[in-house]
Design a protein around this ligand. Structure first.
Ligand code: 5GW
Ligand code: MN
Length: 354
């Protein structure tokens, strides 16, 4: 009797023990799984680069990003921000018009990457008169809050004013020889930007923006313009037909584009992209200019004609609307809501040399 009683007690104990073990096993498995999951999650968050380089600064940045909230209006799939202008090329490059982008989202992305931007400009001979206004207005409107290097190519370094720049911005004066012929001044820009891309720019900046100097910034020009390779719509031709474009038409020139080809008429005084792409673009255009020279022909609008030919065969990945290179001669069409970068009127007879 005593024996069977004890045996029954032992049986109940075994049952309890079994249940407790099972519960413990469940708890263990559950927490192990949760732990593994959270590890995967954070690994994806910090990306392979951070883990492999063991870069603590990068990890800190990632943590900040993780904590930051993204508060802005949702994009509306059925309500395009602009319907009066083309916002996308047939090769899916955005055309940058006012109202089509959210600068806060873009600034956030470019700050995360710590992007550095080089602005190249040529001030040869009397064109040094433009540089003060150019730089002063750039300080107000060009890539504010980002790292910027101004590269001023000149043959008159002593005439370049030493203006005060905001933090993270630097002025680099590059001594270059002047040219005998004025046509060579604008065309040799291709050669010089090409050479300095390899020697200097590639070590100092991520993107290059290459523009005319007889201009002033008048409104925001920011990271919305940056892409692998970009050009700008010439303010005189954004509504024009192919026949009206002033492309080089003579087949003997490397810049020739027949009347049944062409997408847009791009301005010669505004192009850019990552340094590698600007290196390729300027190399190509410089070589085409040299071949034309050997064949005793000069394209109708010089470097601009060659740039247009290049962009026909190497499509830009982003295109700037004429807001980004305006001239007051063209009035105020409804499509152009802001004039961000405008031509400074010049007395050609006084400023240019023959
Ligand atoms: C350009 C044309 C005729 C004579 C001289 C020049 C010239 C151009 C010059 O003497 N010095 C000079 O630095 N340039 C550079 O080439 C400037 O960066 C200028 O912005 C650029 C293009 O020339 P632009 O601005 O006279 O051409 P448009 O078509 O904008 O009037
Ligand atoms: Mn100009």
């Amino acid at each position: 009797m005593v024996f069977t009683d004890n045996w029954r007690k032992f049986g109940r104990m075994k049952c309890w023990l079994f249940t407790i073990c099972l519960a413990l096993l469940f708890i263990f498995l559950f927490s192990w799984h949760a732990l593994r999951n959270s590890e995967c999650h954070s690994r994806a968050m910090f990306s392979c680069k951070a883990l492999s380089t063991n870069n603590t600064e990068y990890l800190d940045q990632c943590k900040e990003v993780k904590l930051q909230r993204k508060l802005y209006n949702k994009p509306e799939t059925l309500k395009p921000p602009r319907t009066d202008v083309l916002m996308m090329t047939p090769w899916l490059a955005p055309i940058v018009w006012d109202g089509t982008f959210n600068i806060d989202i873009l600034n956030d992305q470019f700050h995360q990457r710590g992007v550095r931007i080089g602005l190249t400009v040529f001030a040869i001979k009397k064109y040094t008169v433009f540089i003060k206004t150019f730089l002063e207005t750039a300080e107000k409107f060009f890539m504010v809050g980002h790292k910027v290097n101004y590269y001023v190519f000149t043959d008159r370094a002593s005439e370049i004013p030493n203006i005060t720049l905001s933090e993270g911005r630097r002025l680099v004066v590059l001594d270059v020889p002047g040219c005998k012929r004025w046509q060579d001044v604008t065309m040799r820009r291709m050669e010089m930007i090409h050479n300095y891309s390899r020697e200097l720019f590639i070590n100092e900046v991520d993107y290059l923006v290459c523009v005319d100097v007889d201009m002033r910034f008048n409104d925001h020009v920011g990271v919305e313009i940056l892409s692998d390779v970009f050009g700008a719509l010439h303010p005189g031709f954004f509504g024009a037909s192919r026949q009206e474009f002033t492309y080089e038409r003579r087949s003997r020139s490397q810049a020739c584009i027949p009347t049944d080809e062409g997408d847009f008429y791009y301005a010669g005084g505004y192009f850019g992209g990552i340094v590698e792409e600007v290196y390729k673009l300027t190399c190509h255009c410089h070589q085409a200019i040299m071949i034309d020279k050997e064949n005793n022909i000069e394209a109708i609008w010089h470097d601009e004609s060659h740039l247009n030919k290049y962009f026909l065969y190497h499509k830009p990945t982003r295109i700037l609307s004429p807001e980004y290179i305006w001239m007051d001669d063209y009035g105020s069409p409804a499509a152009v809501k802001r004039k961000r970068f405008i031509g400074v009127p010049k007395d050609n007879a006084q400023i240019r040399f023959k």
